[in-house]
Design a protein around this ligand. Structure first.
Ligand code: SF4
Ligand code: SF4
Length: 337
């Protein structure tokens, strides 16, 4: 069985304990943060195991290569601390079970992975993708299963992720463009954290989009609009790719507004909060987030994750802000929308 690489000695000498000090959903000073992360690493009880809302943020806040959120998830599972009612957790785990009903395009050495998000079957079209499409995979057999860290369950990931990686390997692919951060995070963060080998190159779709737009060069017409970006939780697993949001916006002539809840301070969409931690928390987080978009003068809210979009689209629309996925925004810039 795969074991999480977590170095408690790093925490002992850590001068900042940013993992918990920067947490937006709990209020800990450095001393308390150190005390709690040490307790968690030693397998003792900590209120963090009850109160963490699974925003994934501490995976980004720790700059020392540790994996505080994966550790929290491990300990929760070991101690039977559920983040959602048991029936909901089970239902989600059943949804991701491989059933031999996947879809394959014309498989080439380079493919797009839609994971298990049907939205990409509609979103991925046009000239941005014509050098790879119709080479794609979709379905549970290619679903990273990382979402189950929201559900205090790493064992299902350790069981299924190696099978998923093997399914890609059997296709003989060399490069996998991940259309969702969680898919990319599974290969770039979670698999290495557990010592799971990934025998192909994974590419974040932001990087793919940026390079593709650069090649389309003259066809880009600056959009001259103000947008707020809704950063998803799963983007915390690949913070080194976050800069592509600003890079892409610059390339397509979009003003990415400065706001309070951006970058490391981004707030979650609240989709999982509502289900797992109650709608009061979800409503509060969503209100602060959307008010911040309104105050910043954004005309559009740009989404990366389709789940964030389905959670927040109607709510931002009510406030006069247009919801749009970043792929559609890029297609607008080349005259396709
Ligand atoms: S997990 Fe990272 S940020 Fe947190 S105490 Fe340990 S080394 Fe420091
Ligand atoms: S995952 Fe988010 S809520 Fe949980 S401890 Fe880390 S930063 Fe805090």
């Amino acid at each position: 069985m795969y074991t999480l690489k977590f170095d408690a000695n790093l925490c002992k000498i850590c001068p900042t304990c940013d993992c918990l000090v920067l947490c937006q959903y709990m209020d800990l000073d450095i001393d308390k943060a150190k005390e709690e992360i040490m307790k968690i690493s030693e397998g003792e009880d900590s209120f963090v195991l009850q109160d963490c809302v699974t925003c994934y943020g501490c995976e980004e806040y720790c700059k020392r290569g540790n994996h505080p959120f994966y550790l929290i998830t491990e300990r929760r599972q070991q101690k039977g601390i559920l983040t959602s009612p048991r029936a909901i957790t089970k239902q989600w785990i059943n949804i991701g079970e491989p059933r031999g009903k996947y879809r394959l395009g014309e498989i080439k050495e380079k493919i797009l992975s839609f994971g298990f998000m049907p939205e990409f079957l509609q979103l991925v079209k046009g000239r941005l993708f014509d050098d790879v499409m119709p080479s794609y995979v979709f379905g549970q057999e290619f679903f990273c299963n990382v979402v189950y860290i929201h559900f205090a369950n790493t064992s299902i990931i350790k069981e299924r992720l190696p099978m998923v990686i093997d399914n890609f390997k059997k296709l003989g692919v060399q490069e996998v463009v991940c259309m969702h951060d969680e898919c990319f995070g599974s290969f770039a963060s979670l698999a290495p954290a557990y010592g799971i080998e990934v025998p192909f190159k994974s590419i974040h779709y932001f990087e793919y989009l940026y390079n593709r737009l650069e090649r389309l060069g003259d066809e880009i017409r600056p959009l001259n609009i103000k947008v707020a970006y809704q950063r998803p939780c799963s983007s915390r697993l690949s913070p080194d790719k976050h800069h592509f949001v600003a890079d892409i916006m610059k390339l397509i002539g979009v003003d990415l507004v400065e706001r309070r809840y951006q970058g490391e301070n981004a707030l979650c969409c609240g989709g999982i909060f509502g289900m797992a931690f109650g709608y009061e928390l979800a409503n509060d987080v969503q209100k602060r987030n959307i008010d911040d978009m309104v105050d910043s003068g954004a005309e559009y809210c740009v989404f990366n994750c389709p789940a964030c979009q389905s959670t927040l689209a109607a709510k931002v629309t009510k406030k006069g802000i247009k919801p749009i996925h970043i792929i559609d925004l890029c297609r607008m810039a080349i005259g396709e929308k």
